[in-house]
Design a protein around this ligand. Structure first.
Ligand code: NAD
Ligand code: UGA
Length: 432
């Protein structure tokens, strides 16, 4: 592996992970972010996002001086390769908003030296990388699409052990530079920028389709007396189907699956191609909050608009403090709209953005037992393993006879029933 002078633009989940992992393998790395406060804290070794292994790598990079953070794009002037990792949120029509990417490219165009390679790691619609490449060609800057596939909560592990590294570029020399950054070992897939960009959206949308299909099957299971966990155990044993992404839940969320399915559909519309599988996955997902509300209405003696409901789990999945596009928050907001009073607990409450909780009308309580006090219903929304270990007989004393809706099938049904709670699992007989 050649030691490179690397640059990273954007110090969020993807950029910060990329920066610390490049520095770990001795690429001298400079990471630029427009948020000066963020830069200052990172230079003091404060990791800012909850990712296992990140604080140690950050500290090592700073100590060994293979890593530093800056707000000044001019510090990228001597870089061999620069990874663009800025956000691409949903615009109002579902398209990816490329304003941060365009702003970064504007700045890079004026500082990068001829021969440098700009790598687009942000998730961008088909055609973006070629458009940037055409713009930067006169300056002698090459541009490569290299989408990222890491999962939040496993970011460092996934960066070090990727299933595949996609290198989307026509120019062999630029492809070699990017390949060299990662070293040997991982499966590298070389393709056109267009294929690389579409492969990223196609992958995220396929994961969404798989989970929505599972959630639809779960509905059917509860109607016909089957058990979704057995059904998916059987499906997953078939290597052609695969065992992952077959867990029922409150719906898929997070900062990427929702926006990327919307952006893929937008690309389809621009090109007169319908993607009904993806449409329908989004439709199923949007119906999940209504499914929970209907279950509560059907099973609670108290009318929903007068009920006290406790949400256990607020993040979009376990292992992260991220609540962006969390199905838990969407469900709480929908229940609150009917008039229900919502208290919410999450093991990561201290790191969660409380403004987002307020917007979903959640009263945050930093103790699961207090959160459940006098609840008519308890809804398990995130699959935190510690929820299984809670003292459920004690919760039953705090909330006698409460209905427990377990969207993740996490809890011990027998134990809860013995404690006098009404347990409803997702896609199981006598569930919902
Ligand atoms: P993020 O919101 O966590 O971080 C983005 C960072 O970029 C912020 O620190 C912000 O201050 C900075 N920034 C914004 N505009 C900038 C600019 N013009 N110049 C410099 N810095 C700027 O975003 P993220 O979750 O890391 O996502 C980045 C991209 O990677 C998106 O396109 C996303 O779809 C994609 N992606 C994300 C994940 C994930 O798990 N979060 C995984 C794969 C791909
Ligand atoms: C997802 C992809 O898994 C990554 O490969 C991709 O890089 C990333 O998006 C991205 O582009 O940002 P992430 O957003 O971290 O990663 O979340 P996932 O682990 O994919 O989970 C997404 C949602 O699906 C969560 O709400 C989760 O609870 C839900 N899910 C997942 C289920 O309900 N059931 C499952 O079986 C799996």
């Amino acid at each position: 592996m050649t030691r490179l002078r690397a640059g990273v633009v954007g110090a969020g989940y993807v950029g910060l992970t990329t920066a610390v992992c490049l520095a770990e393998v001795d690429h001298h790395t400079v990471c630029v972010d427009v948020d000066a406060e963020r830069v200052g804290r990172l230079n003091h070794g404060v990791a800012l996002i909850d990712e296992p292994g990140l604080p140690l790598l950050l500290q090592q990079g700073l100590e060994r001086e293979t890593l530093r953070f800056t707000s000044d794009y001019a510090d990228l002037a001597d870089r061999d390769v620069v990874f663009v990792c800025v956000p691409t949120p949903s615009g109002s029509d579902g398209s990816a908003d490329l304003s941060a990417v365009d702003a970064a490219v504007d700045r890079l165009a004026s500082v990068l030296r001829p021969g440098a390679v700009l790598v687009v790691k942000s998730t961008v619609p088909v055609g973006t990388t070629r458009r940037i490449a055409e713009r930067l060609r006169p300056a002698g800057i090459r541009v490569v699409s290299n989408p990222e596939f890491l999962r939040e909560g496993h970011a460092i592990y996934d960066f070090r052990h990727p299933d595949r590294i996609v290198i989307g570029v026509d120019d062999d020399d630029a492809a070699e530079v990017v390949s060299d950054v990662y070293g040997a070992g991982a499966l590298k897939l070389r393709m056109s920028p267009e294929s690389a960009e579409l492969a990223k959206y196609a992958s995220n949308a396929f994961l969404a389709v798989k989970v929505s299909y599972t959630n639809s099957l779960a509905r059917l299971c509860s109607r016909v007396g089957a058990n979704i966990d057995d059904v998916t155990r059987c499906m997953g044993a078939d290597v052609r189907i695969g065992q992952h992404f077959l867990r029922p839940g409150p719906g898929w969320g997070g900062s990427c699956l929702p926006k990327d399915t919307a952006a893929l559909l937008h690309t389809g519309r621009l090109n007169d191609v319908e993607l009904p599988e993806v449409e329908s996955a989004r439709f199923t997902n949007a119906a999940q909050p209504g499914r929970v509300a209907a279950t509560l209405t059907r099973t609670m003696p108290t009318p929903l608009n007068q009920a006290r409901v406790t949400a256990l789990g607020l993040t979009f999945k376990a292992g992260t403090s991220d609540v962006r596009d969390s199905p838990a928050l969407t469900i709480c907001a929908e229940l609150a709209r009917t008039g229900a009073q919502i208290t919410g607990y999450d093991p990561k409450l201290a790191s969660i953005d409380h403004e987002q909780l307020r917007r979903s009308a959640i009263i945050a309580v930093d103790d699961p037992y207090l959160a459940a006090k006098e609840a008519d219903a308890i809804v398990v929304l995130t699959e935190w393993p510690e929820f299984r270990e809670l003292n459920w007989p004690l919760i039953a004393e705090h909330a006698p006879g409460a209905v427990v809706v377990d969207t993740r099938n996490l809890l011990d049904a027998g134990l809860l029933a013995d404690a006098g709670l009404t347990y409803l699992g997702n896609g199981i007989p006598s569930g919902f």
